[in-house]
Design a protein around this ligand. Sequence first.
Ligand SMILES: [Zn+2]
Length: 376
Amino acid sequence: MRFQDIPGLEENKNKLIEAVKADHVAHAQLFLGAEGSANLPMALAFGAYLNCENRQETDSCGACSSCLKQAKHIHPDVHFVFPTAPTPKIKREDAYSEKFLKEWRDYLLKSPYGNVSDWSFHFGWENKQLIIPRQESRNIISNLSLKAFEGKYKIMLIWLPELMNAQAANGILKILEEPSDKTIFLMVSNDESKLLTTIRSRVQLMKIASFTDEDILSTVSKLDGITAERAQEITFMAEGNMREAFQLVLGGQDAMGDQFKHWMRLCFTFDFQALVKMGDEFQSGGKEFQKGLLNTGSKVMRDALIHQFGISQLERVPTADKDFVAKFSTVFNPEKVAEVVPKIDEASYHIERNANPKILFLDLSLAIAQIARSKK
Ligand SMILES: [Zn+2]
């Protein structure tokens, strides 16, 4: 990954490049950005720039031996730590990053903008909670005790340090504070609030903004088989989230939208039996599916609200869904939307904490049905 592979974000790039030129590279940095932002790609591009043997004015060269290795994520001085879970083949005590390196490299090449469930899906373990286990702190220390093989810098890239087991996090505090010379920690996080304060206080913050519409549009427009109109639609719906944009390109979100529409129709018609059956289907879909569905729900509610206020330029709705949103907003007036949205958010919160999805969706369906039919 090079800086030029990431659209926009010139301010972040310049800051990183200037730090290298001025020889003022902080030894522990936190690349903080929302899901679907360039936080991980930016850390990868920075790592490549640090070790490039022939740095250019605004990017790594892409051609030296270090760049070629970093492009494949096989540079011996770049270490990766990321959340994992045991699988049928890998026991709990062996479930740490080194055992998943092959899958990880492949994942980075395919989905640098992906989230933790994309990663979990990639290595074949969809519904497990992923963590960075205690063992990992020992691995970090022993990997960093080695001399740099060939690079200028030894880099320890930790993806999602917020998923670190507390003992693992405490285990690296000392080395994080006083790493050996030319050792750089690059932490890539989506959620600063979940980071232990002991870690947070030891890293320099680099905030990565979400992408602008122009950045998304320029990326999506280059893809095969995407018309100019579809690229516009995707850009509006993605709202600065590159992961979402790629999901939309693949058509994933549309299926989710269909399922949401079907669910709402059952709520409106108060088809109790069908709602119970649907609860079963949602349960078997798994946690990420359930969260995605609720996410779509919040989005549609907001679209309906915007529609009612006639703010057409803000309406990030694909043409095919405009009718649905229009009809939807005849049922859900602003008062009703204000009642439903917190219920959806609450359901999301409980799903995250392993509530029983079948009961939860049935409760939510009944609540939505009641609000839809109430006279407000
Ligand atoms: Zn190079």
